[in-house]
Design a binder for this molecule. Structure first.
Ligand code: PEP
Length: 254
């Protein structure tokens, strides 16, 4: 299974900026390894970027969605709309959605089921915050998030889900010098997640589940993180905003 390297641009880039990124990124990533690459821009850029990605292997993802197909939900975007525009992936349950917009596991589970029903591949984010880690609650938090968010999702559907382990304390919030998890701490989290997936489904399913790391991944640390046995890729925020640094991470994913 190739590693998955996904860019989470969050609320960044105008159309003009995104065009020059994609044009440069396409050039420098030609023939640089076999990672699966996904770009998740803001909704306003999806249409333009889809056009630019024609004849390229780079895939398109969204950063969020509503679980309903249509209706009176001012300001929301539906899975039908994401499918129509050409998204293959959708990030769900990001810690910024959980913390700033009060999304809980119950809602994230509904979104995950809806995404799967529409043929969208969820990148399901989980992870503990600093206080929970300090209080030795990491495993409890991760296990609860997994159990709740994967409720009523069967063994065949889990194959379409990528789990992103994003310890909230490691997320850069735009600070390029922010400290990532060590490769050992990240690996420990990933191993634990795989064990829970095995308990919820079975060993074989757990082996095949893609678990990617997010939290201050950058060119300087990507290689060592991506070399860990249970780290199947990366969800990259700040370092995905520049074509050269995102490409450097893709290069590290051999
Ligand atoms: C993220 O928020 O998904 C993320 C990984 O951000 P960063 O790489 O900037 O820490």
């Amino acid at each position: 299974m190739p590693k998955l390297i996904a860019a989470n641009w969050k609320m960044n880039k105008t159309i003009k900026e995104s065009i020059s990124f994609i044009e440069e990124f396409k050039k420098i990533t030609k023939n640089i390894g076999n990672a699966e690459i996904v770009v998740c821009p803001p909704f306003t850029l999806l249409h333009e970027i889809k056009k630019l990605l024609k004849n390229s292997d780079i895939k398109l993802g969204a950063q969020n969605m509503h679980f309903e197909d249509a209706g009176a939900y001012t300001g929301e975007i539906s899975p039908l709309m994401l499918k129509e525009i050409g998204c293959e992936y959708v990030i769900l349950g990001h810690s910024e959605r959980r913390e700033i917009f009060n999304e809980d596991d119950f809602l994230i589970n509904k979104k995950t089921i809806s995404a799967l029903n529409h043929g969208l591949k969820p990148i399901l984010c989980i992870g503990e915050n600093l206080e929970q880690r300090k209080n030795a609650k990491t495993e409890e938090v991760i296990e609860n998030q997994l159990r709740n968010c994967l409720k009523n999702i069967d063994k065949n559907q889990i194959a379409e889900i990528t789990i992103a382990y994003e310890p909230v304390w490691a997320i850069s919030r735009g600070d390029p010098n922010h400290r990532a998890a060590t490769k050992e701490d990240a690996e420990e989290g990933h191993q634990f997640i795989r064990n829970i997936v095995a308990a919820l489904y079975d060993e074989n399913t757990a082996e095949k589940t893609r678990i990617i790391y997010g939290g201050s991944m950058k060119p300087e640390n990507a290689k060592e993180l991506l070399a860990m046995p249970n780290i199947d890729g990366g969800l990259v925020g700040n370092a995905s905003l520049k074509a050269e640094s995102f490409a450097e991470i893709v290069r590290a994913a051999k």
